[in-house]
Each structure stands twice: as C-alpha cells, then as structure tokens.
Design a protein around this ligand. Structure first.
Ligand SMILES: *[C@@H]1O[C@H](CO)[C@@H](O)[C@H](O)[C@H]1NC(C)=O
Ligand SMILES: *[C@@H]1O[C@H](CO)[C@@H](O)[C@H](O)[C@H]1NC(C)=O
Ligand SMILES: *[C@@H]1O[C@H](CO)[C@@H](O)[C@H](O)[C@H]1NC(C)=O
Ligand SMILES: *[C@@H]1O[C@H](CO)[C@@H](O)[C@H](O)[C@H]1NC(C)=O
Length: 212
C-alpha cells in the first residue's frame, strides 16, 4: 500500500485523484464522505484536498480520540464541541475552521444559492467549552491559534493528514468565521499553489525523507 507520506509529496491533482478513489470504496454514504445531497459548494475543497472537510476534521480529532467520528448534524441544530478528554487536537483554530467548513458541507441544502453558514464573534470561544455554554462544562483553554501544538503537528505530518495551509493562515481574532470570505481566500491560496501540495508539512520540493 502507498503510505500517506508518499502521497503528500505528490502533485496535488494526482494526490486528490488517488485519495478520492481510495476512500470512495468504503466510506460512501457516511457523514464524512459527502456533502449534503449532491451539493457542489465545497467542491473547491474536495478537489484540492481529496476528501470532505468532515473527513479531515475527523482525522485531526482522532489523534486525541481514536473513536471520534464526525457526526451527521441536522441542519441548524447544535453541532459538536471541543469535548475530548485530551483536547489538544480540537482546542485550536485549525480544528475550529475545518469544522466550520464541515458544517457548510453538511448543511448546504440550497446548494450554490445558499449564502453559507458563518459564525458570530465569540463562537470559537464557545466551541472551546465542552458544553458550548461558557462557564458550564470544561474549558479546553485559550488553545492554539493559527498553529498546532508541536507534538500534534508532528503526528499530522506523520499520518499525512491533509491540513491545508489556508486553515492556518485564515483566522478571525474575535472568534467569528465567515464562509464567503473564507472560501474566497482559500481559493486564492489554492490557485497560488499552482497544483503543488497544500500541505503544511512541506511541498513536493521538500525531499526530506519521511520519518517512519
Ligand atoms: C444526487 O444525484 C443522483 C444522480 O443524479 C440522484 O439520483 C440523487 O437523487 C441525488 N441525491 C439528492 C439527495 O439529491
Ligand atoms: C485565540 O483566539 C481567541 C479568540 O477567539 C482568544 O480568545 C484566545 O485567547 C486566543 N488564544 C491564544 C493562546 O492567544
Ligand atoms: C520537510 O518535511 C519534513 C517532514 O515532514 C518537515 O519536518 C520539514 O519541516 C519540511 N521542510 C520544509 C521546508 O517544508
Ligand atoms: C516549496 O518549499 C520550498 C522550500 O521551503 C519553497 O521555496 C517553495 O516556494 C515552496 N513551493 C510552493 C509552491 O509552496
């Protein structure tokens, strides 16, 4: 089998095609494998990364909680929180952003005419409470913004988890999140990469051997 480390060093399009065909054989129909109905709104993400944001989110959280599975969220119903006992994987703005993209994938009932689902100031702060309600439940802390704790980042690279660099670069310090702006900035980043890997772990010119 081809290891994830190898795949992450390949040109972006080849990488996407391989991962898509690999996952589609056994995840079709799950919350992580497709967006709402036949929604194409998140195709820019899926085409660039090779999976839905819900799948990327699941892989990030599974570093800390191997049982974590991205739920199927009912539209406009409460979603999830950073509530794993080992919260380092979700207590960061990368997890928060990828989860917002996942919500937009799952809730896209109106397709391209859907204005998207954004979040108000303070929403990222609420996500960091296990209950979603400040001063109730467990607070994971101030977390990591636009970065991951070093040990988590290392595992992300070792496992070849596809955290694109736009997840690190796009951030609203007031804890809000805007779909339209995010999409526009991320698409600009993707275009500027010119088919090179979007992975934060290095690109195809990085010839360092994988560590395992
Ligand atoms: C998605 O598209 C397929 C093929 O066109 C169609 O059969 C199916 O009903 C569609 N699903 C939804 C949820 O619209
Ligand atoms: C990260 O940003 C949020 C803004 O929502 C802030 O509350 C938090 O203190 C910041 N964390 C760090 C470590 O600076
Ligand atoms: C190259 O890849 C290695 C292993 O993933 C990583 O530690 C290193 O930071 C990367 N270097 C650059 C310049 O991206
Ligand atoms: C890839 O990494 C090298 C070395 O860090 C850098 O000089 C180059 O600009 C990067 N290329 C892209 C397309 O990101």
């Amino acid at each position: 089998m081809i290891s994830a480390q190898c795949i992450s060093r390949w040109p972006l399009l080849a990488q996407a095609a391989i991962i898509l065909s690999f996952f589609s054989t056994f995840t079709s129909g799950s919350a992580t494998s497709s967006c709402y109905g036949n929604s194409t709104t998140l195709d820019w993400y899926i085409d660039a990364v090779g999976e839905t944001p819900c799948m990327t989110y699941q892989q990030l959280r599974q570093i800390c909680n191997s049982n974590y599975q991205t739920p199927s969220w009912d539209i406009d119903a409460p979603t999830d929180q950073c509530d794993d006992p080992l919260s380092t994987c979700c207590c960061n703005s990368i997890a928060w952003s990828i989860r917002m993209l996942c919500i937009n994938c799952q809730w896209d009932e109106f397709g391209t005419s859907d204005p998207g689902h954004s979040a108000n100031a303070g929403a990222y702060y609420q996500y960091r409470w296990s209950t979603g309600t400040p001063n109730s439940g467990t607070y994971c802390g101030d977390g990591w913004n636009q970065t991951l704790q070093e040990g988590i980042q290392q595992i992300v690279c070792e496992r070849g988890i596809q955290l694109s660099d736009f997840l690190y670069s796009i951030f609203w310090p007031d804890g809000s999140w805007d779909f339209t702006t995010f999409e526009q900035l991320a698409e600009e980043t993707i275009a500027s990469h010119n088919s090179q890997s979007l992975s934060y772990c290095g690109n195809s010119t990085n010839t360092t051997a994988p560590t395992n």
